[in-house]
Design a protein around this ligand. Structure first.
Ligand code: IVH
Length: 700
């Protein structure tokens, strides 16, 4: 709809108009401003490809609102303030929402909230307003209709007035009940709103699957959720484990002769009703607070905990709790006056791509790494970002000198969402992929059907160093003190030449190195010696066999009594092992039929490493399918030992308190996790002794 020329023109005007924030503008500038806003709405709602941040959009929109308030005669029927953005992509059948799905006004700090509260108090004529505060879920918004207690229609937000009909896809989401007894509340038909999400774990797994198929990962859970909702095959939707939070009743009609239930008189009441009817509504996450100061505090506290949640949120939503007062406040054409979003610090930023370096991994894979002008995102400065592979670069049309949009969502690693060719100057250069290994110079090759170029030289210095780094890492042999810097240094000195050389380091000479006191040498020696008795599953993981991570390593360790047994396994034998598919079996087979690897394993055994499974089975399975989290200081067990005990017994560790948690094990001086867990009745809170008993290791 917009040509490249127009896009460039509007982008340039955006920059100029942003400078007018808070200033008076002329009628002519106002005309430009409206066009620019329409352009950005099109980028956002139609193309799902915004060129500016929400904050920048809001600044422009506020200038428009303010100017129109000052000059009501300048308002035109087609002003962005006079309508909800129009037009949608029409892949699915289009339906009209019973009530338009408005968006929310945004706020970014305490002052914005204080201003908003002042207006709410003025309009409601109250000295203090009661608010309901809840997370702003970062997913895809949906609208559901229930009639006579049955789920009859589900739609995407679309342009706010019309959405796409996706009932069948939504029925695949388990947290959306197919029927719900609204009649108990006197309701005949109801329209409710919510957000579809994919949690961080599932998102990670989904991206891992894409990587296995050599497809580039999705940028963030939000894209994964909205993309999944539009898949044509509902079965595929079902496999993606989407979740839905329902947070708003937008419309309802009553069964004749019935009166509206009192639950419908407040927002918190509506959330409770939805919860009671089997929906996932944020009843536990929300807080009802009188006065704005408590609201501000809750928002700030929640932001600090943001990364611990299993799903992404991008802010909080503050709603006037009393529905009568909501009605009194009403809405503008764009958003309700009774609600506002409080946006957390941005996790996206634009930067310039300065250069691309090519790194060699431990399996010889060549990864292009973008070096960007460092930018702060969500409290961390980002300067290097993986570009995955050549296809990724080509698909996203990324060039050196380009402006790039960078995202760092939660614990997801930084990611280039896209380049912004609209802002491209003449001096951009294409990214040229090397034909030879940047470290050893060998000719690179690309196996058929794979996206990654590889260096074929097993003895390539980069590969050897990366293998040693992986071997010593926390999830592998966990040799503290032998960090990346030391490994590189010892390699240059000729002390480290391969993995077994870790166990023959010259400690006397090491003590003479600058900055390496006798104490640190001794600590390192102890750590290296200790690693010799690490359980065999850690050693298997440490060997860095392609496609064999922690989980498969544990399965293999359970299967064999001695690591070298794997030499005798045929592909067919390997395929019998649980979770081992064709690709993994092939890789294990190749590894154990490579004479260099066999020699290495024999040397490791001669050096005293444990290659045998310990005599008594460590696995009792007592904790299988249960989830655990530890908080505070344990007195009998080390935290790591306790965590290992969970895994050995078939349990799973979670990283934060959520409704998925079965047991919170509480040590001394437990803090916020305990408080949070107390609010979730399904969590069992136990002490260390009870935990030890559960594991069946009473003797510990
Ligand atoms: S209330 C009329 N509550 O944020 C008010 N919206 O930027 C309806 N969102 O379109 C919205 N979490 O998709 C509301 N707890 C929450 C929300 C929420 C996420 C989304 C929603 C909305 C957008 C506005």
């Amino acid at each position: 709809m917009y040509t490249i020329e127009q896009t460039k023109k509007y982008q340039a005007e955006t920059v100029e108009l942003l400078k007018t924030a808070g200033k008076k503008i002329s009628a002519k500038e106002l005309q430009h401003l409206k066009e620019v806003l329409r352009f950005h709405e099109h980028r956002y709602y139609i193309l799902s490809d915004p060129l500016i941040s929400d904050f920048e959009y809001d600044q422009l929109f506020k200038t428009l609102e303010r100017t129109e308030a000052e000059h009501p005669d300048w308002i035109t029927a087609d002003s962005p303030t006079q309508r909800v953005a129009a037009g949608i992509t029409t892949n699915f059948v289009t339906v009209e929402h019973l009530v338009p799905m408005l968006s929310l006004e945004n706020s970014y700090n305490a002052d914005d909230l204080l201003d908003w509260d002042r207006k709410a108090r003025e309009l409601s004529k109250l000295t203090e307003v009661e608010y309901c505060v809840e997370p702003k879920f970062d997913g895809a918004s949906i609208s559901l209709i229930y009639e006579n207690d049955l789920f009859t229609r589900g739609a995407t937000r679309g342009d706010g007035v019309h959405g796409e009909l996706i009932t069948t896809n939504l029925k695949q989401i388990r947290s959306i009940p197919l029927s719900a007894a609204f009649s108990r509340y006197g309701i005949q038909q109801i329209e409710i709103r919510g957000e579809v999400l994919i949690n961080k774990d599932n998102f990670k797994k989904f991206n891992e699957k894409l990587a296995e198929q050599n497809l580039p990962p999705l940028a963030n859970p939000r894209n994964a959720a909205s993309g999944t909702l539009r898949i044509k095959d509902p079965k595929e939707v079902g496999k993606r484990n989407l979740e839905a939070f329902l947070y708003h009743v937008s419309d309802y009609s009553l069964i004749s002769g019935k009166k509206a239930d009192t639950a419908l008189q407040s927002h918190a009441g509506c959330l409770q009703m939805l919860w009671d009817l089997g929906f996932r509504s944020p009843v536990k996450e929300k807080k009802v607070i009188k006065g704005i100061q408590g609201v501000i505090d809750y928002c700030i506290d929640y932001e600090a905990e943001r990364d611990k949640l299993p799903y992404e949120i991008d802010g909080m939503v503050i709603k006037v709790n009393d529905i009568n007062i909501q009605d009194r406040l009403g809405m503008t054409t764009h958003h309700p006056r009774w609600a506002i979003a409080y946006k957390f610090k941005a996790r996206q930023a634009t930067s310039i791509l300065k250069n691309v370096e090519f790194q060699v991994g431990r399996t010889g894979s060549i990864t292009p790494v973008a070096k960007i002008e460092p930018v702060p995102i969500g409290g961390v400065t980002v300067g290097s970002i993986s570009l995955h592979n050549e296809d990724f670069i080509r698909e996203k049309d990324i060039r050196i000198g380009d402006s790039v949009l960078v995202e760092r969502a939660g614990d997801v690693i930084p990611y280039i969402v896209k380049s912004l060719p609209e802002l491209r100057k003449n001096n951009v250069k294409p990214i040229v992929f090397p034909t030879n290994c940047p470290v050893c110079g060998d000719k690179l090759y690309k196996p058929e059907g794979e996206a990654v170029w590889r260096c074929p030289n097993m003895n390539c210095k980069a590969q050897v160093v990366e293998r040693i780094i992986h071997f010593t890492s926390k999830d592998a042999m966990d040799i503290r003190g032998l960090g990346e810097a030391n490994i590189r240094n010892f390699f240059e000195l000729g002390w480290l030449t391969d993995v077994p050389s870790i166990y023959t380091l010259p400690y006397d000479q090491m003590a003479k190195l600058e900055g390496m006191g006798a104490k640190s040498v001794n600590n390192l020696k102890e750590a290296i010696e200790k690693s010799k008795s690490q359980p065999v599953h850690r050693l298997i993981n440490a060997l860095g066999i392609r496609y064999v991570g922690e989980t498969t390593a544990k399965v293999l360790a359970r299967t064999v009594t001695h690591l070298s047994d794997l030499r005798d396994y045929s592909i067919e034998n390997l395929l019998q092992i649980e979770d081992v598919g064709a690709k993994v079996a092939e890789s294990i087979y190749q590894f154990f039929h490579n004479p260099d690897n066999i020699k290495m394993i024999e040397r490791l055994e001669a050096l005293g490493l444990t290659l045998k499974r310990s005599g008594i089975s460590e696995i009792t399975g007592n904790l299988s399918n249960l989830t655990f989290l530890f908080t505070g200081t344990l007195t009998k067990l080390k935290r790591t030992a306790a965590e290992e005990l969970v895994e050995k017994n078939g349990g799973k560790l979670l990283s934060g308190v959520s409704s998925k948690l079965n047991y919170l094990v509480v040590g001394d001086d437990a803090g916020s996790k305990l408080e949070k867990a107390r609010k979730i009745p399904s969590i069992n809170i136990i002490d260390e002794d009870a935990f030890i008993k559960m594991t069946g290791y009473g003797i510990l």
